[in-house]
Design a protein around this ligand. Sequence first.
Ligand code: ASP
Length: 470
Amino acid sequence: MGKKGPEIVTQDLHKGYKGEALSVLQEHGIRVWSDAEIRTDVTVFRGIILPRAENTDDKHLVLKLNNGYNIGITVSDITEMKEIGFKKAHYKIPEKEFPFDPSKPNVRLLGTGGTIASRLDYRTGAVIPAFSPGELYGSVPELADIANIATEKLFAVFSENMGSEQYITLAKKAAKYIDEGVDGIVIGHGTDTMHHTAGILSFMLQNLPVPVVIVGSQRSSDRPSSDAALNLLNATYAAGHGDIAEVVVSMFGPTSDLYGLLHRGTRVRKMHSSYRSTFRTLGDIPLGMVNWREGITHLRKDYNRRDPSRKVKLDAVFDDRVSIVYYYPTMKPDIIDSLVDNGYRGIVIAGTGLGHVNKPLYPAIKRAVDSGVNVFMTVQTLWGYVQMYVYDTGRDLMALGVVPLENMLPEVAFVKLGWVLGHTNNREKVIEMMLTPINSDITEREPYNGYLIFQGGVPEVQKFLKEFWR
Ligand code: ASP
């Protein structure tokens, strides 16, 4: 039964387990990498006991089920447990040299981190990046059918750790490779703040000659339902062969793997915490659908077309003394006061409805504006325009100096304000730059088919209704 795996060294026997969880393992004579059967009052689990990371709790065992999913089992629920076998796994991605084909476009893949660049290292329980061209080719060989890929790992962070320094480095690197003549850039990125990065790059990289495509995955590549490979293939296609020379996000479109959607960088937002089809274009319709085997179906005609003779305009500045204040009823003025007192220079309010906050905030907002802080209004509804002439509240706020930002998304307004304040602190100039549309961050109208409809395919909705909704 392979009870004594020869590679096992003593300290690895219960790697990462402590307290209650360690006692249960020791009591039952079970080690990490055991193929174990675990009984609880309600069910029986069978799978491999995985090592745990050092800083995790002592109340759970982690088991890799045969279907590839990892689950945590609460130690106190376990009634019986036995070792059936032993399977030490080595999850090294085989490296193969990425082939070069002169007839294919050259794409540069810049890595920032996130799930797409991750796989679980089962030895340590940590998530580590797999990134070299060889590793990419080893894990997604179809990439070589699309383009020649060279990679550069800029950072290895989960996307909540992206910030001004990373935005600036990323924009400069992309501009450098574009100037050197690549046919497209792909940026691997965590999905959580992908829309912030898509927004800021839309301001930092203007007049693009080639596509800059941001991609990620909701589920890491060691999971059976991972979207990593498909998203990467679609994004590489859009970067190497696509005609849309803009900053776009390329991610899973519908709930199936039929196609990816190409979203404009200033109009995209992560909208679901776990679905693979999490990115949606807001206030507009997506630019297109992409399927790397079939090509791109354009949904709009008004985009910046690929033109290698164009010169990218790099404008990489960012002042991070900006904040988004997501208004909630009962909010007290001290929230605004503390930002002013701490030296913030810009505040984007995500207001209720058409752009409102409560009356007790008025004096604090006035104080902010009088002390030179730039205060702008966006809407929490995400769809629709700020309309501050409709109710008294809106008029009052404008009289205090709050400037409405039309249909700019709150996170886009936030990164744009950081970018604008990197140029100037002059109030008139700040307002003028904020209100001058760049890459559709403000649009004249929302299309009738934008809101919730053209976002994953009408036919699918109809099919769903016909088949499942009787
Ligand atoms: N937490 C991860 C990140 O944003 C999630 C992901 O990559 O999908 O970096």
